[in-house]
Ligand binder design. Structure first.
Ligand code: ATP
Ligand code: MG
Length: 423
């Protein structure tokens, strides 16, 4: 019989990898907590219409990347391809949005039918941040400062750059779209096939075409920045002033448009050159029109999402995860002779009671070559319990990485470990 395997593009995250994930998640949670953000958890499945209406019918995601299926009651459902739509849906449904401010974050798996490759998967994970009810550029700046703080904390700030642009209001974008289409339509024969198709559906996306000839053609195309309305221009100015004041450097990239339909004014991406083609580790922007588009009352909003797999890859590539964060336990505890497992477990429990933060793994099943087996675990500390000379009773030996630290009567071992653990 053929063995059943995981779905292409959907990964198992193995015990050797989870410590890095947990480390990243811990840093993110601490950072978000330090800015006073609240977590929201929403279902991974939603009505298909939610994504069609929010992301836009002519985007890559809705056109060809969604996992859509009929439920048993014939209702069309979709595995969420991103988190913003669900946040807005939940916020509206539970009255969190009208006339108030929210600073929310979420994490979890997202699903897109894409061509799997390094940094691009069919089930991937995002940690996203969404804020509601704040129209001014200070909150845009806060989001960027928050992400910059996270990169600094993780030791990757030097490996990422911030790309920034303004898409302007819906109206100014419309005017720009028209100018761009006019320019490109006159040169349609020079466009690649994908861009030709987009000319009629989603022309702004042509700006991030990876095709070189198309990029050359765009060099003389109208520039989005020149079509900005006054309010968007002022918003962008305030944002860059705040970033300057915070000492955060950025590159203004007039071709940055983002894949989704719902953005306006600020858009940004944190990009690295260390991961090859899939270099965007975090992306976001302002979407003041989305809540209304989904049937709510007009509510300004701005947010971003990080790609967890790409960040994990970056942490691995730069080798910046502290060694202690990779270990799942600190102390390995075993008996040297038979008949002492009760003592082993009692001492382990006492250590867990009394030594805060210490992670103890006990040896279970079989005592052959116990010394070398304990060493192979890579534990920072090893404690071996055994019978001393008859007169001494039970003794415990505490080993460090390669030297014997102490040999003490069994009833003193918890104190001995406490002393060494504390330093
Ligand atoms: P890309 O241009 O790389 O396809 P996107 O614009 O589709 O990205 P967003 O929808 O903005 O991406 O998602 C935010 C972040 O989630 C991305 O910057 C990236 O880090 C991550 N991400 C998106 N799609 C995938 C995927 N298929 N696999 C892994 N990470 C992804
Ligand atoms: Mg994409």
């Amino acid at each position: 019989m053929s063995k059943i395997k995981a779905i292409r593009g959907m990964n198992d995250i193995l015990p050797s990898q989870t410590p890095v994930w947990q480390y990243l998640e811990k840093q993110v949670k601490e950072t978000l907590a330090s800015y006073g953000y609240d977590e929201i958890r929403t279902p991974v499945v939603e009505q298909t219409d939610l994504f069609k209406r929010s992301i836009g019918e002519v985007t890559d995601i809705v056109e060809k990347e969604m996992y859509t299926f009929l439920d048993r009651n014939e209702e069309s459902l979709t595995l969420r391809p991103e988190g913003t739509a669900s946040c807005v849906r939940a916020g509206e449904e539970h009255g969190l949005l009208f006339n108030q401010t929210q600073r929310l974050w979420y994490q979890g798996p997202m699903f897109r039918y894409e061509k799997p490759q390094k940094g691009r998967y069919r089930q991937f994970h995002q940690i996203g941040v969404e804020t509601f009810g704040m129209a001014s550029a200070d909150i845009d700046a806060e989001l960027i400062m928050l992400s910059a703080r996270l990169w600094r904390k993780l030791g990757i700030l030097d490996a990422v750059t911030l790309q920034l642009n303004s898409l302007g209001s819906l109206e100014s974008r419309q005017a720009y779209k028209q100018a761009l289409v006019e320019y490109l339509a006159e040169r349609e024969d020079q466009l690649d096939e994908d861009s030709k198709r987009r000319l009629g559906t989603n022309p702004l996306r042509i700006l991030d075409s990876k095709v070189e000839s198309t990029q050359r053609l765009l060099e003389d195309a109208p520039v989005l920045t020149e079509y900005l309305d006054d309010e968007s221009r002022q918003h962008f100015q305030t944002l860059t002033d705040l970033l300057d004041q915070a000492g955060i450097s950025y590159e203004i990239n007039p071709k940055l448009v983002r894949g989704l339909d719902y953005y306006c004014k600020t858009v940004f991406e944190w990009v690295t050159d260390k991961l090859g083609a899939q270099g965007t580790v975090c992306a976001g922007g302002r979407y003041d029109g989305l809540v209304q588009q989904l049937g709510g009352r007009a509510t300004p909003a701005v947010g971003f999402a990080m790609g967890v797999e790409r960040l994990v890859l970056l942490l691995e590539t730069l080798d910046v995860v502290p060694a202690a964060e990779r270990a799942s336990f600190d102390l390995y505890l075993a008996a040297e002779q038979k008949g002492l497992q009760g003592e082993v477990m009692a001492i382990a429990e006492a250590m867990r009671d009394q030594i805060s933060g210490l992670r103890v793994r006990t040896h279970c099943a079989g005592l052959k070559n116990i010394n070398s087996k304990a060493r192979q675990t890579g534990a920072r500390y090893i404690v071996l319990i055994g019978r001393g000379d008859d007169s001494e009773g039970l003794v415990a030996k505490l080993w460090g990485e390669d030297e014997l630290i102490a040999t003490v009567p069994l009833n003193e071992i918890v104190n001995t470990v406490t002393k060494h653990w504390a330093v």
